[in-house]
Design a protein. Structure first.
Length: 728
């Protein structure tokens, strides 16, 4: 195994920091004010282990970002937390899909047959599809990022980790807030919400709404219009009934619609068919098939909690969600009708979780039963009449997932605790596909049943797995905790959604991962320095990856392959810290190092090409250095200044490790200045992001082996925003 010098260097630094914290722990006394969040200087309690506890007490890597921090960051989408979390990749893909990787584990393919490698949860409800899970940031209490496999405590097993969006709860006292933001690219954000009692303390309620709109960052040189705009209306409402001390019931409804004028078109990184040169500016694109990009989601969830005996609690979480996505995507990035993809997707899901928890002075147990039912109907195809290639297919997939889990923590002494958990998962998947080809003169959407049928299949299979977890934690003092853990992760197999025959529809296997982690977290120097450090090693097998190659049976066409091609080892180090340098100045840092290598990768030719490839979306370095300065300029009025630099190391955004799409390391600089009045009741801020106007590639599309060109998707350019808010 190759050992990276950078990993050794950071490991040494982490061990040095750990030694300092451990030495200080021998004489440390309990801090008057805990800063478990590592961010804002206040205690943040999380539910990473399905019970409320301080972040310092969780024997694992968890980052929690509070609503105040998100507001100061001008966060509008869940991906805006990416810079705050070591070894996290979280951004929007090419088809309004979430691209999420934690410690090099995730899933690039956005089609319905490929389950995400990182679970996105909205108030403990798992979101089954990549589309519809890139959540808008409003009505939020905090966002938690759990690194490493999650299964013995969570509804759907997730192999890479979980991102939990925790919304605000109805309050017993009346509250209201409103904000307006305006920025370049004609950005306009309007957010408002109210919360309070409906019938005394027995019935509480809340409602919130957000309208988010802006022009696209790119200009379409074909028609002079912008490309990749936004037009979102989102809402959320809850009622909380508390008829007595032993029972509570919360009902939440939410929804959003995004109906922009265009979809997102990539830049040409190479010549397309020798007729169209590479793009000189990634924000000057050409497109003729980008006129549709509608996404709508809505959901209803119920959470009932019974206190059965003071020590035993029963919780029921029931949820139903629907998602609809219609898009035309220009994947030749030219003004000619060469290669467009249309998608018409409808998905619905139902989940039911029953959870029984027990807590005493020395024992905590969480056990649960989980059911997840999903139906996805996707009609999609290729529209390229200029090259006489038009197709349409209907894919229908049904997933039925059952699970039982238990996790227990035992306090063996005042300082030593051990935990153990086990999950059993069983999943059934049914997949049916019809595909037809049509003549080049076919109008969009060619109707199924009127073309040449080349695919008609109906298959099913089941997958099961036992996933254990064990950890030990030791309180070196009241303020410093050391821990170690081992966890097995699992993601079920399925069927390649691009299969063209029963022979190709052989199911791909489940992914498995053994994750080993050790760390230290706490606070020292009279709570002025709070932080955590962790080292980890992942043994990752049967990676589910997609690639696009030339079709050996049909010259000139391409074949998309989704298989268990790879095995990998991923090791790394992470550190997070906040330092209150003075009463006015606070510094924070987050740094991660990742050494990800394939041990095996069997390519389409049957040869092992692991030495030629690097795991996708696995930047070697991630880091952020931030500073916040606060000063009272008059009674009740503070000036607040923020500045940060976030760094991303070298990364390949595609499975192919294309040198053309390789993204070199880059650094983004953000800054803001604001005034807060009446102890924060009123605030006004001006925020600048990517101030150096860095051009950086987030995602790519490599068709070099088939259609002989490559495309790139870029992150946002320089933006500025003025924001005003009021809170009662």
């Amino acid at each position: 195994m190759k050992i990276n010098k950078g990993l050794l260097f950071l490991s040494s630094a982490v061990l040095a920091m750990s030694g300092s914290m451990a030495a200080h722990a021998q004489s440390s006394t309990s801090a008057a004010e805990e800063n478990s969040s590592l961010r804002d200087g206040d205690t943040i309690f999380v539910t990473a282990r399905r019970r409320e506890e301080s972040l310092q007490d969780v024997p694992g890597s968890v980052t929690a970002v509070s609503s105040d921090k998100l507001e100061r960051l001008d966060a509008t989408e869940i991906g805006d937390v990416q810079a705050l979390v070591p070894n996290l990749v979280l951004h929007e893909g090419d088809a309004q899909n979430t691209v999420a990787f934690i410690r090099g584990v995730g899933q690039l393919d956005s089609l319905a047959f490929a389950d995400p490698g990182v679970g996105i949860y909205l108030d403990d409800v798992y979101l089954g599809r990549a589309q519809g899970s890139f959540l808008d940031v409003f009505d939020v209490e905090r966002i938690e990022v759990l690194r490493g496999p999650q299964g013995t405590l969570y509804g759907r097993n997730t192999i890479g980790g979980a991102v939990k969006f925790v919304s605000r709860k109805p309050t017993a006292t009346p509250e209201a807030y409103a904000s307006v933001a305006y920025g370049n690219y004609d950005r306009l954000d309007l957010k408002a919400g109210v919360s309070g009692p409906i019938a005394g303390e027995k019935l509480l309620g809340k409602a919130s709404v957000a309208y988010l709109t802006r022009d696209g960052f790119s200009e379409n040189l074909i028609n002079g219009e912008d490309d990749g705009d936004r037009d979102t209306l989102a809402w959320r409402a809850s009622i909380l009934a508390v008829p007595n001390d032993a029972f509570s019931w919360e009902l939440t409804a939410d929804g959003s619609t995004d109906s922009p004028d265009t979809s997102r078109t990539p830049a040409r990184e190479t010549s397309v068919f020798g007729m169209f040169d590479p793009s000189e500016d990634p924000f000057e694109i050409e497109a003729d098939f980008n006129n549709l990009n509608d996404l709508s989601v809505w959901g209803l969830s119920s959470r009932a909690t019974w206190d059965l005996s003071g020590a035993v609690t029963l919780t029921s979480i029931t949820a139903y969600r629907e998602m609809s996505y219609d898009a035309n995507l220009d994947l030749d990035a030219t003004g000619a009708p060469l290669f467009g993809v249309f998608v018409r997707q409808d998905q619905d899901q139902f989940s039911q979780e029953l959870q029984l928890s027990y807590e005493s002075d020395t024992v905590s147990v969480v056990s649960g039963l989980y059911v997840f039912l999903e139906n996805d109907d996707t009609e999609n195809g290729i529209f390229g009449p200029a090259i006489a290639f038009v197709s349409n297919s209907l894919n229908e997939q049904t997933t039925t997932s059952y699970a039982a889990y238990t996790d227990a923590t035992f306090d063996l002494s005042d300082r030593l605790s051990v935990s153990a958990g086990l999950r059993y998962s069983y999943e059934e998947k049914e997949f049916a596909r019809i595909q037809e080809f049509f003549g080049a003169d076919t109008m969009l959407l060619p109707p199924l049943g009127e073309g040449v049928r080349v695919t008609d299949l109906d298959v099913e299979d089941d997958f099961s797995n036992f996933s254990p977890r064990a950890s030990v934690s030791y309180d070196m003092s009241d303020d410093v905790t050391a821990y170690a853990s081992v966890t097995r992760g699992f993601k079920s197999g399925g069927f390649d959604g691009r299969s063209t025959s029963e022979f190709e529809a052989v199911p791909f296997d489940s992914e498995t991962l053994w994750a080993y982690e050790a760390g230290l977290k706490g606070q020292v120097f009279d709570s002025r320095l709070s932080g955590s450090v962790a080292v980890f090693y992942n043994d990752y097998n049967d990676l589910q990856v997609s690639s696009f190659t030339a079709d050996p049976d049909t010259p000139g066409n391409f074949a998309a392959i989704f298989t268990n091609a790879a095995a990998a080892t991923i090791m790394g180090v992470e550190a997070e810290a906040i330092f209150r340098a003075t009463d006015n100045l606070t510094l924070d840092i987050a740094v991660g190092y990742l050494d990800a290598e394939y041990q095996d990768f069997i390519g389409p030719n049957g040869l092992d090409v692991s030495d030629e490839l690097t795991p996708a979306q696995s930047p070697d370095w991630t880091g952020r250095l931030g500073a916040e300065y606060r000063s009272e300029v008059s009674p009740g009025t503070e000036i607040v200044l923020n500045a940060s630099a976030s760094h991303r190391g070298d990364v390949f955004p595609t499975v192919s490790s294309s040198p053309v799409l390789f993204q070199e390391a880059y650094t983004l600089v953000d800054a803001s200045a604001g005034l807060e009045f009446a102890d924060g009741k009123y605030a006004v801020r001006i925020i600048g992001r990517n101030l150096t106007d860095e051009r950086y590639r987030q995602q790519g599309f490599d068709l070099s082996d088939s259609l002989v060109y490559q495309l790139g998707y870029y992150g946002a350019p320089r933006t500025w925003t003025v924001n005003a808010s009021v809170r009662y």
